[in-house]
Design a binder for this molecule. Structure first.
Ligand SMILES: [Zn+2]
Ligand SMILES: [Zn+2]
Length: 765
């Protein structure tokens, strides 16, 4: 019985270009005996196919259930049209539709197939440091403009040889239309350069770089989105040199090893963490160190955790390949001095890293866009939890409710990201960094221009923080003024709440209890907020509880010196400055009397309700840290010193809308005077914050009948807190939203701002 032939057309949207989608369709169509064509358009991928109806149904099923690994399909529309008679199935030329856009794939770690070829002596690309295919390799970092085709990437200087061209043109090949495809004969090359300027090319250069690592020297390595500084992680003097030269006094370094087996020698890696380390995104993953791993203290001072990652480019694999008497674990830290942005051009690397590195492993594939390594951990339910969203994740689009405007959200000032939105897509940028740094601010401005072009977005509204002094706020005001578009300001912690809700695709009008524990954010009363309990959604909010307002003598000076905070809090709460307290012993008397005077006269002493500052105060009080060298250091070290099996807590009282701190401090002082060990006090303090969250949720739920809780703000980077709070809330009948795709810290603010402006829009019309 001959089945009737029909014709279907398909429109597919999502990340479907540069990811091997057309070859996949071509192969499937051939196997299913379909005829017609597939092509890229500036709106996605179009297919027209004729054949037996069952075969078309099968094609649709394959598109849905088994697309290429890097593809992310957002919509498939299919319909039957009048029958068209084709003789074959072909891949047609791309079609440009004005005003349309398609999402772009992030940079993806080298795939299994390419890795096998890299180490296969029979392969054409044996030991070629830039091997890639449609399933892996650079994307975002090399794209200069759209449409994403080789001439619009930094690969345009490398005309393909016949070998590569044949693969590039062959629909059945896994390098079909892989824009960065190249080989030793036609593609980018590496070389090693020492401080005298002497160059060693190709494989010999690679071996020289390895020799330097073996000798305990520091090398700068040009990677995918920027430079790394690398050295042997088990060599104490190499690590110490790096720390001194990089002027990075205490911030931990990330490490890289050739394989997961090597990482497991040094770290205790749980199954979901392993999955994340091995994922195609290959972020830096925070895991526990093995107790006796003998790593030098300078790798991650004061930490029992460490950030680990696997090689994500062929170059990194070749550089770290195991060999007899060759080190097996390497520091792989961003190529910058302290807080500057990561270096990404060859010329720049000599200027900026010349005083740090003993040699340079370079190549001639230009990095167009600087993108840092992502940093992640796992939270609960085996889910990834991002601290820094960059390589491997950005610019993957997030989904929003459909909107009629194009929007720009400029984010916060520290850990900045921005976000551009069009229709139901939100393109949140990669991590930009601290805008107070001049170069970072330039990268922010250029980044907005670049993303606007790539995604064809011309903002009709711009949204920023309430903080008048944020550089992002000032930029937004100017942008709105120049482009004559409305400027909308949203409160920082409302943006955190909205970010968490958007991250969880919750856009309903119902209120959610937002437990927003953060460092610093500008409040609607002009004070510093940060220990905020909001009841709201992406549309609006009310502030139902907040931490008791406390003095911050010296403002930013207090943030850098937690001892000032501890003393101020004790004074404000009327508690004794007893000389049995380590904070008093470590702060000289003249400073103490200065702080007293400053508070009494209210000189440069803003009030704050920040949860981050409460952690600082406690860290100082029990002698963990009195001065910090990087953001949140005191709070992080307080978390690190927790003794795990402690169940006891302190108590915090709720009084109307205020979370009172006096009983907490009284009980901590009592423990200090009883010589209770630091690690037990740290555990009890954390437990009391966990209990506080439950107490708040129950209180609000009783009055308002709300059973949903959202956890956001920088303090939720504290994994002890997060991993204890979520199960406790769930055990008490609450459903809990926590971050998965964007960070809980200020890196997620731009998404929250976008979600808020979107909700305002739907309400107004
Ligand atoms: Zn590959
Ligand atoms: Zn070639």
């Amino acid at each position: 019985m001959a089945a009737k032939n029909v014709t279907w057309q398909f429109h597919i949207k999502g990340v479907v270009q540069g990811v091997g989608f057309r070859p996949f369709v071509y192969k499937a169509a051939k196997e299913l005996n379909l005829r017609g064509w597939v092509r890229n358009s500036s709106a996605g991928v179009d297919i027209v196919a004729s054949g037996e109806e069952q075969c078309l149904i099968d094609l649709l099923a394959r598109l849905k259930s088994n697309p290429p690994p890097l593809a992310k399909i957002d919509h498939i529309e299919q319909s039957q049209i009048d029958f068209l008679d084709f003789s074959d199935f072909e891949i047609k030329e791309s079609k440009v539709i004005p005003g349309e856009f398609i999402p772009i794939s992030p940079d993806i770690a080298i795939c299994k197939d390419c890795k096998e070829e890299l180490f296969d002596p029979q392969d054409h690309r044996y030991r070629y440091p830039f091997i890639n295919c449609t399933n892996c390799g650079p994307r975002l970092t090399i794209i200069q403009d759209i449409p994403y085709d080789r001439p619009k990437t930094t690969m345009s200087h490398f005309p393909m040889c016949d070998f590569c061209k044949n693969e590039y043109d062959e629909p059945a090949n896994r390098r079909f239309h892989a824009q960065p495809v190249a080989c030793e004969d036609c593609g980018p090359q590496i070389w090693f350069q020492d401080l005298s300027g002497e160059k060693t090319l190709h494989e010999e250069g690679l071996q020289k770089a390895r020799e330097f690592l073996k000798q305990g020297k520091i090398i700068a390595v040009k990677g995918l989105g920027g430079f790394h500084l690398a050295c042997d992680a088990s060599n104490p003097s190499a690590v110490e040199n790096l720390r001194n030269r990089k002027k990075r006094s205490q911030k931990p370094f990330a490490v890289m090893a050739f394989s997961i087996q090597i990482l497991e020698k040094y770290c205790d890696i749980k199954a979901p963490e392993k999955e994340l380390i091995l994922s195609k995104e290959k972020p830096i993953v925070i895991v526990n160190q093995n107790e006796n791993n003998n790593l030098p203290e300078h790798v991650a001072p004061g930490r029992h955790t460490i950030g680990v990652m696997l090689p994500y480019t062929p170059l990194h694999l070749l550089l770290l390949e195991p060999e007899q008497d060759f080190p097996d674990l390497f520091i792989m830290t961003s190529g910058n001095i302290s807080e500057e942005p990561i270096t990404y051009s060859n010329i720049d690397s000599f200027d900026r890293l010349g005083d740090i590195a003993d040699g340079f492993l370079l190549h001639d594939r230009e990095i167009y866009l600087r993108v840092d390594d992502s940093v992640a951990a796992t939270s609960v339910d085996e889910k990834p939890y991002l601290f820094r969203r960059a390589r491997g994740y950005a610019p993957q689009a997030l989904t929003l409710p459909m909107g009629s405007h194009m929007d720009l959200a400029v984010g916060a000032e520290l850990k900045n990201t921005f976000c551009l939105a069009k229709r139901d897509y939100a393109f949140m940028s990669h991590h930009i960094g601290d805008l107070k740094n001049y170069e970072t601010f330039q990268a922010f401005i250029q980044g907005i221009g670049h993303y606007s072009r790539l995604f064809n977005i011309h903002p009709q509204r711009v949204v920023c923080d309430l903080h008048p002094e944020y550089l992002s706020t000032k930029y937004a005001a100017e942008y709105a003024n120049q482009n004559k578009i409305p400027l909308i300001q949203v409160q920082h912690h409302h943006a955190h709440l909205a970010s968490c809700l958007a991250d969880n695709q919750f856009f309903k009008d119902e209120p959610v209890i937002g437990i927003i524990f953060d460092g610093t954010g500008y409040g609607t009363d002009g004070n510093i907020w940060g220990g905020e309990v909001l009841l709201g959604n992406t549309r609006n909010y009310e502030r139902v509880f907040h931490l008791e307002e406390m003095p911050l003598p010296g403002g930013d000076l207090a943030v850098m010196n937690p001892n000032r905070i501890a003393i101020a809090y004790l004074l404000k709460l009327g508690l004794p400055l007893d000389n049995r307290l380590s904070v008093i012993n470590k702060t000289d008397q003249s400073e103490i009397s200065l702080i007293k005077k400053q508070i009494a006269a209210n000189i440069n002493t803003p009030v704050n309700s920040s949860m981050g500052r409460l952690f600082d105060a406690v860290a100082s009080l029990i002698g963990v840290r009195q001065n910090i060298s990087y953001e949140a250091q005191a709070a992080i070290e307080l978390e690190q010193c927790i003794q795990k099996n402690i169940k006891d807590t302190y108590h915090l009282q709720l009084d109307n809308s205020i979370i009172q701190l006096k009983s907490l401090f009284e009980e901590i002082l009592e423990d200090i005077f009883k010589d209770t060990p630091q690690k037990i006090i740290a555990a009890k303090f954390h437990n009391s914050i966990v209990d506080l969250v439950l107490q708040l949720a129950k209180n609000i739920s009783k009055q308002r009948g709300v059973k949903r809780v959202a956890l956001s703000g920088g303090v939720w980077q504290n994994l002890y807190l997060l991993r204890k709070t979520i199960p406790l809330l769930r055990a008490n009948g609450f459903s809990v939203f926590f971050h998965q795709q964007v960070p809980a810290n200020d890196g997620g603010i731009s998404l929250g701002q976008t979600a808020i402006i979107r909700s305002m829009n739907t309400k107004a019309r």
